[in-house]
Design a protein around this ligand. Structure first.
Ligand code: GRF
Length: 185
């Protein structure tokens, strides 16, 4: 039974906030860059590690970065990992070490709108609804086994921000509930 959860963040950390405030025990927060997510963790007294990306260009050494991150997770004896707005694609070595234990939430109804512009792409597609998907992360981006999905309507006057916020409101309920269950199972 997994009992040591790490949450990976890159941005505002509002999902981390929701996870922690729902009473899900978070053993470690890892960020790939300085971000508000680290402040959220610090404000809650959660242990943090900054595994900083040295490059956002084509010279980024994804394999080396992933090895560094993996070493930190293993040093903390982490057995469940939740990506919560983590924006670095990881090398497959980490999915070999954690074949079913890395969970992600994605702001679309997968397999629709994979990738980092899921909200923008749903709007551009003139879709009338989208949603969020909690799934097991694998080396294939946004394609791992689905754990839970929920629909979210798209309104005619939506912008990327208003739609993403509506999706995140759903994720902030769904993701903590799924993680709680996984930590108990
Ligand atoms: C969420 O919509 C998640 O699905 C996506 O990034 C967002 C994270 O939001 N991958 P925040 O940084 O926790 O506010």
């Amino acid at each position: 039974m997994p009992n040591k959860l790490a949450v990976l963040v890159s941005g505002t950390g509002s999902l981390l906030e929701a996870i922690s405030d729902a009473g899900v025990p978070v053993s470690l927060v890892v960020a790939d860059r300085p971000c508000r997510g680290l402040d959220v963790a610090a404000a809650r007294g959660l242990p943090t590690e900054l595994v900083c990306r040295r490059s956002f260009e084509t010279d980024f050494d994804r394999a080396a970065y992933t090895r560094d991150l993996l070493a930190i997770l293993q040093a903390h004896k982490i057995d469940l990992v939740a990506m919560a707005g983590f924006m670095t694609i990881l090398d497959e070595v980490i999915f070999t070490a954690y074949p079913r234990e890395i969970i992600n939430t994605h702001p679309s109804l997968l397999p629709a709108f994979r990738g980092s512009h899921a909200v923008r792409d749903a709007l551009a597609d003139n879709a009338s609804e989208t949603g969020c998907t909690i799934h097991i992360a694998t080396a294939q981006l946004d394609a791992g086994p689905i754990i839970k999905q929920e629909r979210v309507p798209i309104y005619p006057d939506d912008t990327e921000d208003t739609l993403h916020e509506r999706i995140k409101t759903m994720e902030r309920v769904l993701y903590p509930a799924v993680l709680k269950k996984l930590l108990k199972s």
